[in-house]
Design a protein around this ligand. Structure first.
Ligand SMILES: Cc1cc2nc3c(=O)[nH]c(=O)nc-3n(C[C@H](O)[C@H](O)[C@H](O)COP(=O)(O)OP(=O)(O)OC[C@H]3O[C@@H](n4cnc5c(N)ncnc54)[C@H](O)[C@@H]3O)c2cc1C
Length: 579
């Protein structure tokens, strides 16, 4: 970023757009989809012509799958996903074909499974990033206000105070100026834009050096009867893990950089063979990527007209698979706010809530990813310099047995690394200026267990209801729009909502009353939202609760709702009411 010039500096010709998105990885594409759905004009510049063919992320978690569902691509994700069998788990081995040290079953608790199924209309998926990104690209391309520039690099980004200018450069040297109201920096973990605007990172910079090797190998005979999302390999000459990308032939081996002499097929094949441990298996190295594991979060997510999202804002260890998911969800949080500021229904201060809401989530996910990595070190798989001596792990000796027993004993404690329904669905935006607290005091969401909550700041829970005679998730009731959802005796709130909608027509408030607009189990509906039959919640366009009343309104119901909308949207002509 160049030095700031005077506001409105002349000299920038070329395209005008509302939002320039720099970077077309999962985060930038999610931002384009969400902005496009709201009719916001945006230009997305991505320097790569095609998505990286090397898979990185492999977990599309529960909340991201809900977003995919609302974008109409969840089935596409599932078509590329590993199909789980009842034996699905995580397995620790000396080598894949060697001794099995222990397992963590993932689908063994029927009650938990039922709760997981009830929590969302979709389930998380194992779908490799190289399959996921093309789906996002195709989806973004359907938005008529989105101008996708693959093969274009954004340079010379300058914040003029009232707008941002940039130059887009094609691989062939062609250049185009662009002027935007806002910039989303989704330019990845090294984010030149983050550096250019002078935003630093907090947390350890280089936790460990790793190599990721995509393998083509039929490992079916070695994994049959013990399907696993991950196979850990503890033998020191091949220590790391194998990720089952499709449960069939695609495997992603992750090992410390020190085990690989050269970053090519010749350098990686021997360690892949050692990790598999069966010379008869045909293995092909398809691609190799080295990466530095970091655990950092940007000290702020916004400076001026530049907003950081995705890896540009946070970079986590891969343990838990939260990197890509957190980025996609950042974009989802940011897009409706940008759209509201751009269409004038919100004040610019609404954008400050992006930092207030997403940075704590990024920090929590960073910390939890670190905890997961340290937990794995307790099972003999090194993380940074933390591990213990596993040299005897393959031995038929008391020493070997002792190492294996120590690893096996540490396995049950790894559950939060793999079972994280609370972390993926239960994060709340407590303390955000775009949330009106109602005085309720709920404990923070746990990692493993998701507790549905309708508290202000929480993702408004999913429940199946009936609309027009067809089953419908409550998530669909408030997908992408402001919604006042009231219990069956909530006629007074609906009337107040109608008045509030008239008072704030630019907000586009939708009204839903259980028993009138939707049918189903009314008690479950109000219990999920945490209100009485005559209470109501105001759900924001990102599906998070912005305000809640457990009982009926007084005579000033409409004014209460208007005040809540004005506070959340930081409408400039209305002072914020004190939190
Ligand atoms: C080995 C590994 C395993 C992982 N596993 C998981 C997992 O299981 N689950 C998970 O959620 N995450 C995982 N991650 C993390 C995940 O890959 C990243 O978090 C994710 O790719 C971040 O998406 P992003 O869009 O923010 O950034 P990126 O995917 O890095 O995209 C940034 C894009 O910006 C482009 N760009 C940069 N500068 C410019 C510019 N000036 N102009 C135009 N374009 C530019 C780049 O070309 C790039 O395509 C893993 C990462 C690694 C390395």
């Amino acid at each position: 970023m160049q030095e700031q010039r005077e506001a409105g500096a002349p000299g920038v010709d070329g395209a005008e757009t509302d939002v320039l998105i720099v970077g077309g990885g999962p985060t930038g594409l999610a931002a384009a989809i969400e902005l496009g759905r709201r009719g916001v004009s945006c230009v997305l510049a991505e320097r790569r012509d095609a998505p990286s063919p090397h898979p990185r992320a492999s977990v599309v978690n529960g909340r991201t799958m809900e977003l995919c569902r609302s974008w109409g691509i969840a089935e596409g994700v599932m078509a590329h996903a590993m199909v789980p069998t009842p034996d699905l788990g995580v397995t620790w081995t000396t080598r894949l074909a060697g001794r099995q040290i222990g397992r963590l079953p993932l689908l063994d608790d029927q009650e938990r499974l039922l709760r997981d199924l009830a929590a969302s209309p979709v389930l998380p998926a194992i779908c490799a990033q190289d399959r996921f990104e093309p789906l996002l690209r195709a989806r973004a391309a359907r938005e008529s206000t989105v101008d996708l520039r693959f093969g274009w690099t954004a340079t010379d980004v300058v914040d003029h105070g009232d707008a941002v200018s940039a130059v887009l450069r094609a691989a062939g040297g062609e250049e185009q100026a662009v002027r935007a109201r806002w910039v989303v920096a989704a330019d990845g973990s090294r984010s030149p834009l983050r550096d250019a605007v002078g935003i630093g990172l907090e947390g350890p910079e280089a936790v460990s050096e790793q190599v990721n090797v995509l393998l083509d190998a039929d490992l079916t005979p070695l994994v049959e009867g013990r399907q696993s999302v991950l196979f850990y390999v503890v033998a020191p000459d091949a220590t790391g893990f194998l990720i089952a990308l499709d449960g069939r032939r695609r495997w992603l081996l992750n090992v410390p950089r020190a085990l690989v002499p050269t970053l090519d097929a010749a350098g990686c094949l021997p360690v892949a063979r050692r990790a598999i441990g069966d010379e008869r298996v045909d293995v092909t190295v398809v691609s190799v990527a080295a990466w530095t594991v970091t655990a950092q979060v940007a000290e702020r997510y916004r400076r001026g007209r530049v907003l950081l999202a995705g890896d540009a804002a946070h970079r986590f260890p891969h343990t838990g698979g939260f990197g890509m998911n957190t980025g996609v969800q950042d974009a989802h949080n940011l897009a409706w706010k940008l759209a509201a500021v751009l269409d004038g229904s919100a004040g610019e201060a609404l954008l400050d809530s992006y930092d207030a809401e997403r940075r704590p989530v990024g920090t929590f996910n960073r910390d939890q990813s670190l905890r997961n990595a340290r937990g794995i070190a307790a099972t003999g798989v090194p993380f940074a310099d933390e591990t213990f001596d596993v040299a005897a792990v393959e031995d038929d000796s008391p020493a070997g047995e002792a190492v294996r027993a120590r690893i096996a004993a540490a396995i049950p404690a790894q559950r939060p690394h793999f079972v994280f329904r609370g972390q993926e669905l239960g994060f709340r935006y407590d303390g955000s200026p775009a949330v009106v607290p109602d005085g309720s005091c709920e404990p923070p969401a746990g990692v493993e267990e998701y507790r549905p909550s309708g508290a202000p700041g929480a993702r408004a829970p999913h429940l199946w209801v009936e609309r027009g005679g067809a089953p419908c998730s409550t998530l669909d009731l408030w997908d992408g729009r402001w919604t006042l959802a009231a219990g069956p005796d909530g006629a007074a709130w609906i009337a107040a909502g109608a008045d509030a909608a008239r008072a704030r027509p630019d907000v586009g408030l939708a009204l839903v009353r259980h028993g009138v607009d939707v049918a189903g189990d009314a008690a479950a509906f109000t219990a999920a939202l945490g209100v009485g039959a005559d209470g109501a919640v105001l759900v924001r366009p990102d599906g998070h609760v912005g305000w809640r009343a457990s009982g009926p309104p007084g005579p000033d119901g409409a004014a209460v709702l208007v005040a809540a909308l004005d506070q959340i949207l930081a409408r400039p002509h209305r002072p914020r009411s004190p939190a």
